[in-house]
Structures are given as C-alpha cells and as structure tokens.
Design a protein. Structure first.
Length: 344
C-alpha cells in the first residue's frame, strides 16, 4: 500500500517538471541571477522588479519559486526579504561564468521546448517537427537548425556551453596524445578543440564545418590566441575531408540515420592516416535499453529535432565496423557524454 501511495507523488513530480523548467528559463531570461550577481549584495523583490521591468507581484512569486528550487537564498533585514544567488546559480546560471549554462537554457526554452510541443506527432509520424514548430522545411536538417544567423549563434552558444562543462571528461576518456593532427568534424564553436589543445600540447586541431559556421566561430568563439586551432570549410557529406591522425565526431552521428552514419564514417576512414582513429562522443544507452534516463530523453529529442537517435556502444561499434574501423573500444565517463574509439 505504501508503494502504491508513492506512485501518485512521483507522477505529480513528473507533471510538475515543465513548471520547474519554465521557472528556471524565465528567471534566466529576465536576468534575475545576473542582476543579483552584478549587485554584489542581496536584493529585495522590489529592487529586482524595478531593475528588470517586472511587476512586483510576479517577481515575488518567481523569487519564491527559485528559492524553493534552491537556486536563491533569503535573509531578513528590517522586515524585508532579501535574495541572493546560491553558489550553483552563480556558477551555472550567470552570463559571466566560464561554465555558464545560460545559453543552453535559452536554446532549450526558445527552440527545443517549441519542438517538444509536437512530441506526440513526432512519435506517431516518426519524423522531426521543425515544419510545425517553425514553418521551416526540414528536409535539409542544418538549413532548419541554422534557419537564421541569430538561430545559428544560439545553437553554437548551446554547444559551447555543453563542451565548456563536459569537454574535459570526453577528451581525457582515452589517451589521445599519440594523435598529433586532429580534425574535429562539425566542430562548431571550437570549445572541444580548445580542450584538445590544452590537454595535448603537441596536437593541432582543424575544425571542419559549414562556411557560415566557420565564419561565426571566427567572429565569436575562436580568436588568434588559439594558434593551434584552424578551420576548413565544407560539407562533410560532400566535400573532401582533410587528412588527419584522429577525427572527432562529437554529437554528430546521433543526428543521422544508420545509412548516413556509415556513409560519413566511410569517408572519414578513407581520409584517415594509417594508424589513425576516430573518436565518437555521444550519450550512450545501456545495451539492454534500461537507461541512462538522460540518454533515453535525448533520443526522444533526436526524434523531435533530427533524423537520428541515441545508440548503444554495440550499435556504434557496428557502424564503425561497417565503415572499416577495427579494435573499437568505449568508455562511460559517468557524466552526460561518453566516448567510442575506433582505429584504422
């Protein structure tokens, strides 16, 4: 009986999940955490509502919810309630933090959330939902993802924030020091390339990406100070892939069908120097499909947003083997993203 009574509470928590996420999204979008950080002192609801152009009643409710979520702390002063960021909010929810998730949160709120409104349709139809969500033809996946310069920058900021936090773990999962010439396919903002050059000082990294992405990366993310990071413009399904000792495909294959993955990996295999390798960075599912929950949810997101899916290590091994790679190994990092290494 106690177990049965626990179920409604669990289901209610799941039902409240969207309320929690939108509360965090809204607090970030309004600038609550940034304003508290910049003030360098606790602020009242009245001060925050005035600074952010919000109603006092609405701000009081938002701050109360953020306090309940343990993102803010409170203290009493002269009958006023004053609010401060928790350390977690300061580190991950403010713009200025080097490991901020602010841009990831904004992309989730403005793009992913809208696609997930059509999750039921995605499951019934087995296709992504960009056309319904944004009125954009999704036959060319990245034309849909990069449907405007603003949306492309948002996506690149999302990827940048992810690798700022997770990049170190995946780059160190295997010893990559033998590989001196590295090509990061779909390297986007260059965040993972930066982890490579800082972890392995003898390597150089070429980011291979679409011309518009390369231009934006040069403008916003990779500076002249990153002297061991270069760029190569092109479409890795169509254009020649530069020769390298190691190819990194981070969150690339999960966008595509098995057929497209084998096609791309075969092109990588042909370009790869003898003795070289390919490193896949993905959220691996357990072989029995029982988890992890994050990877299961990400696989639903791939249905809503792309042509692909999350896979098990064995499924990635099969794709690599079909393309010619051997001695495939995988590593669970214990974090969100894992690694698979195949050798030529």
């Amino acid at each position: 009986a106690q177990a049965i009574e626990a179920y409604p509470r669990k289901i209610l928590q799941y039902m409240e999940g969207f309320l929690i996420s939108k509360t965090v999204f809204t607090a970030c979008e309004l600038g609550v955490f940034d304003t508290l950080h910049e003030a360098q002192r606790p602020l009242s609801a009245a001060e925050l509502s005035a600074a952010l152009g919000a109603s006092l009643d609405g701000m009081e409710r938002l701050l109360a919810a953020c306090t309940g979520l343990e993102l803010l702390t409170t203290q009493q002063e002269n009958e006023r309630v004053l609010y401060s960021n928790t350390e977690e909010a300061r580190v991950y929810l403010t713009h200025s933090s080097p490991v901020s998730l602010y841009h990831s949160i904004q992309y989730s709120s403005k793009t992913i959330y809208l696609c997930w409104h059509y999750l039921t349709d995605a499951i019934r139809e087995g296709t992504n939902q960009y056309e319904k969500a944004f009125g954009v033809n999704s036959k060319d996946l990245f034309q849909a993802l990069y449907r405007s310069d603003e949306e492309m920058v948002k996506f690149m900021q999302l990827m940048n924030s992810i690798w700022n936090i997770c990049g170190r773990d995946v780059i160190r999962a295997f010893d990559l020091s033998p590989f001196k010439v590295i090509c990061d396919l779909g390297g986007c903002s260059g965040a993972l390339a930066k982890h490579c050059t800082s972890t392995y000082p003898q390597c150089t990294v070429t980011i291979f990406d679409l011309p518009t992405v390369v231009r934006t990366s040069r403008e916003h993310f990779v500076t002249s100070a990153h002297s061991r990071i270069g760029f190569h413009e092109g479409d890795f399904f169509k254009d020649p892939i530069p020769k390298a000792d190691l190819y990194i495909l981070a969150r690339i294959l999960h966008d595509w069908t098995d057929q497209c993955c084998v096609e791309l990996l075969s092109r990588v295999y042909k370009a790869c120097n003898p003795g070289g390798a390919v490193l896949l960075v993905e959220a691996l599912l357990f072989e029995d499909g029982s988890g992890p929950l994050t990877a299961q949810l990400y696989s639903l997101n791939m249905l809503v947003q792309t042509e692909g899916r999350e896979r098990t290590a064995a499924q990635y091994t099969a794709l690599l083997t079909a393309a010619g790679f051997t001695s495939v190994q995988h590593r669970f990092t214990g974090k969100t993203y894992d690694t698979v290494l195949g050798r030529k």
